[in-house]
Design a protein. Structure first.
Length: 170
C-alpha cells in the first residue's frame, strides 16, 4: 500500500521539468525573435519588448541613426498568452492526461504560430513589410525548447494514460 501511494505521488514529476523547459522557451521569446535590413542593407535585430508592447527603437548603423517605430501588437500578446496557458496546463496537470493534452495542443498551436511572426508584426505595424523581416536567434532557441517540450509531453501523456488504465483495473 505504501509503495502504491508513493508511486501515485511521484508519477507526474517529469511534468515539472517540461514546465521549466517551457518557461525557458517563453524567456527566449524576449530575446530578439525578428530582424530586418536597414536602408543600407545592414541586418538589425528588433528588440522583442518593442515588437510586443510598442515604442521607438533607435539603432546606429554605420554612423547613421535608424529608428523603427512600433505600435502595441495584440497578435503577439495573444501568442504569448497561449504559451503561458500551455505552461500552466502542464504545471498543474501533473498526472492528468486531459491537462497535459490541453497543454500539448496549446504548445503545438503556439509553436506553429511562431513561424507567422513576420505577418503578425506586419499586422500590428503597417509600416513594416513582412517580406523584409526575417527570423532571429531568439525564435530558434524558443522553438527548440518548445519542440523538446512537445516530445516530452507526448511521452508524459502516454505514461499517464497507462498509469490510469492500470490503476482502474485494480
Amino acid at each position: 500500500m505504501d509503495e502504491d501511494k508513493r508511486k501515485q505521488k511521484t508519477i507526474g514529476w517529469p511534468s515539472y521539468l517540461v514546465a521549466i523547459l517551457m518557461l525557458v522557451g517563453i524567456g527566449f521569446l524576449f530575446l530578439p525573435i525578428l530582424g530586418t535590413r536597414a536602408s543600407d542593407g545592414t541586418y538589425v535585430s528588433l528588440h522583442s519588448f518593442y515588437v510586443y508592447f510598442g515604442g521607438l527603437q533607435m539603432e546606429v548603423v554605420n554612423g547613421v541613426r535608424v529608428t523603427f517605430p512600433f505600435s502595441f501588437n495584440v497578435w503577439f500578446l495573444v501568442l504569448l498568452s497561449v504559451f503561458v496557458l500551455a505552461f500552466l496546463a502542464v504545471l498543474f496537470g501533473r498526472n492528468t492526461p486531459a491537462n497535459l493534452t490541453v497543454g500539448l495542443f496549446l504548445l503545438l498551436a503556439g509553436t506553429i504560430a511562431l513561424f507567422f511572426s513576420p505577418q503578425f508584426l506586419a499586422l500590428g505595424n503597417p509600416s513594416m513589410n513582412a517580406a523584409d523581416v526575417s527570423y532571429d536567434y531568439g525564435l530558434f532557441l524558443a522553438v527548440f525548447c518548445f519542440v523538446l517540450s512537445i516530445l516530452f509531453l507526448v511521452i508524459l501523456i502516454v505514461r499517464s494514460k497507462r498509469y490510469w488504465r492500470k490503476r482502474r483495473r485494480k
